[in-house]
Design a binder for this molecule. Structure first.
Ligand code: HEM
Length: 579
């Protein structure tokens, strides 16, 4: 047997070298606070930074990362703090000040899309433009999905398809309301499935054969339900079996939530994407997207492209790629990774964000009867012909209507929900924020429902603000909510009254729900269309009754979006079609 003998001094030197290397590694992993920006002192001395304190807080208070940093900001009395959540990485800077966030996103060229967001979608859509910095490649890729948010496309193609899906949800709710006989039931999945059907209809057309709501409706109709003895006890409805494709899509989007806030997202993705279930889900999703693209290409190639009616976002993207290829003198790449990921992007960016917003909306409306009554009155007045004829408003009536109170309700739901709870940017150079030095590469995340948005703002010395932020104030273009009712759900804050009457003012005060600036939400207009159709049709058909306090809490979960923990509905049929 071969044995290696080492002299004692060599062993000691080796041991010392290992100890030194471990010490250096330990030091490198320890948080490196950015000078001046407040932080939790004890966390700065721990390898895992704020993570242990945050987990303890979340367990104790049933809070989330959002409530943790909000409380930390309060205790440090600062609109800007830093937290340490990734070993070996720069601190994450958290900002809760609308004026500075607005300035940073709309006027400060030193900030761009952050790597944190890029990492979040790495596994499911590595080629999606959300991961790119704002450069020529990003601009070129956005051409692929141009014209999808024009009023013509939204009103003529998207809205009718979405209305069909909302109507299917109304059928489900009629069936449930009749079976529930005044009892509440949990509605998160209903809205989640309707939003998945709606965004799929936008992406693939109203004729897309997969539906998440239909099996739920079939399941409710197939069963007799016994209601509990107490009227406040919820009825538990069984869900239908989803087909393989929709289940795959749900599984894939769910993985994004698992990676959110993870200290090493790249490693996690490498692991997650190798799981057999997720690998299979990704294949099933890719096969479906390729099939949809192939069908669209075939339709356009078999006839005169000008005469083929646009049915979906896939159709528009195929035409865009054809035109871009022609202009660039290259063959079209209809089935590239970029086309596939951009298409899937509609779903991962537009599905849960919208359904979570609607879940919060149901809660706010159920708990604010006056708002609900006023909204229904405003809708009855706007769609007077439909009401008199005892029918639902048509899609033309819906898309053509401007109802100030409805717009105010939508804006207020978006403000209070904060479904996408952070808006990220990254410093591309060494720069300044609220008077503190921000090293190049630092990610800065703005809280969508933090101070100045849903809580009174922190005081900030004017001279700590950026030059551009100061000039906004001097020009009288800064906006702030009245701190006395900033936390309340109050649609009226978005209305202005003049001698011409009452109008909706989108600039009445701070709003960060869709981010801001060049990298603000691409799908914002589609989201408004979906929320508008849903609210009109839902208000037309149902009254949302208050649920018992035990089912009406405002605690939330933070996965991919900021979701209400309990979203129950108790529905009574109303209106011209009501019982
Ligand atoms: C109520 C629903 C929605 C909310 C609350 C929401 C919110 C957001 C937010 C906060 C951002 C980041 C903006 C920024 O960094 O400034 C974003 C980006 C984005 N959203 Fe939405 N979104 C919604 C619906 C949609 C829909 C329906 C789609 C597509 C069909 C969509 C597609 C996107 C895309 C592609 C981006 C990335 C844009 C870029 O990086 O250039 N979103 N969204």
């Amino acid at each position: 047997m071969l044995s290696i003998e080492m002299p004692g001094t060599t062993v000691s030197l080796l041991a010392a070298a290992i100890i030194l290397a471990l010490c250096a590694l330990y030091r490198a992993a320890l948080p490196k606070p950015i000078p001046g920006i407040p932080y939790h002192a004890a966390s700065s001395r721990r390898l895992l930074g704020n993570v242990p304190a945050m987990l303890a807080y979340i367990t104790k208070s049933e809070g989330t990362f959002i409530t943790y940093v909000t409380d930390l900001m309060d205790s440090l009395n600062s609109p800007i703090i830093q937290v340490f959540i990734r070993p070996f990485s720069k601190p994450l800077v958290i900002l809760a000040d609308f004026r500075e966030a607005h300035d940073l996103m709309t006027r400060r060229k030193e900030f761009d899309r952050s790597d944190v967001v890029g990492d979040l979608f790495l596994g499911v859509a590595p080629n999606h433009h959300i991961r790119q910095k704002t450069n020529d490649a990003w601009k070129a890729q956005r051409h692929l999905i141009q014209d999808l948010m024009t009023p013509t496309f939204l009103h003529d193609v998207a809205a009718p398809a979405i209305l069909k899906k909302v109507n299917l949800l109304m059928d489900l709710w009629r069936a449930k309301a009749r079976a529930a006989r005044g009892h509440p039931w949990v509605a998160n999945a209903d809205l989640n499935h309707m939003s998945l059907d709606a965004i799929s209809a936008f992406a693939f057309g109203a004729g897309f054969e997969h539906s998440a709501v239909q099996p739920d409706l079939d399941a409710v109709k197939a069963q007799d339900y016994n209601v509990p003895s107490s009227i406040d006890e919820p009825v538990v409805f069984s869900q239908g079996q989803k087909d393989q494709l929709l289940q795959s899509i749900l599984d894939l989007t769910h993985t994004i939530g698992e990676v959110q806030g993870n200290p090493s997202p790249r490693l996690t993705w490498a692991y997650v994407m190798r799981k057999p279930k997720i690998k299979e889900a990704a294949k099933s999703k890719d096969d479906c997207l390729k099939r949809e693209l192939q069908d669209a290409v075939k339709r356009f190639e078999s006839g005169n492209a000008q005469d083929v009616k646009l049915r979906s976002a896939v159709d528009r993207m195929v035409l865009n790629e054809r035109d871009l290829a022609e202009k660039g003198g290259r063959p079209p790449e209809y089935f590239s990774g970029v086309m596939i990921d951009e298409l899937f992007g509609f779903i991962f960016a537009g599905h849960e964000t919208t359904s979570t917003t609607l879940c919060w909306g149901l809660k706010f409306l159920a708990d604010n009867k006056d708002t609900q009554d006023r909204l229904r009155e405003a809708l009855w007045e706007s769609f007077i012909t439909a009401k008199e004829q005892g029918r639902e408003p048509t899609i033309e009536e819906i898309t053509g209507a401007r109802v100030p109170y409805l717009e105010a309700v939508m804006e207020e739901i978006l403000r209070c929900a904060g479904a996408a709870s952070f808006v990220d940017r990254q410093a591309m150079v060494d720069t300044q924020l609220l008077g503190y030095g921000i090293p190049k590469g630092t990610s800065v995340t703005s809280l969508v429902t933090g101070a100045s948005m849903m809580r009174p703002a922190f005081e900030v010395d004017e001279d700590r603000r950026s030059v551009t932020s100061q000039s906004t104030k001097k020009d009288g273009r800064d906006r702030a909510w009245d701190p006395s009712d900033i936390s309340s759900f109050k649609p009226e804050r978005w209305l202005v009254t003049s001698e011409k009457g009452t109008a909706f003012d989108a600039t009445a005060g701070p709003q960060l729900a869709f981010g801001l600036g060049t990298r603000g939400c691409y799908g914002k207009r589609l989201a408004y269309v979906e929320v508008k159709i849903f609210l009109i049709v839902m208000m037309w058909n149902f009254e949302l009754l208050k649920c018992p306090p035990a089912l009406s809490g405002y605690k939330s979960n933070l996965y991919m979006t900021h979701e209400p923990r309990s979203c129950y509905v108790r529905l009574r049929e109303v209106g011209p079609l009501g019982a």
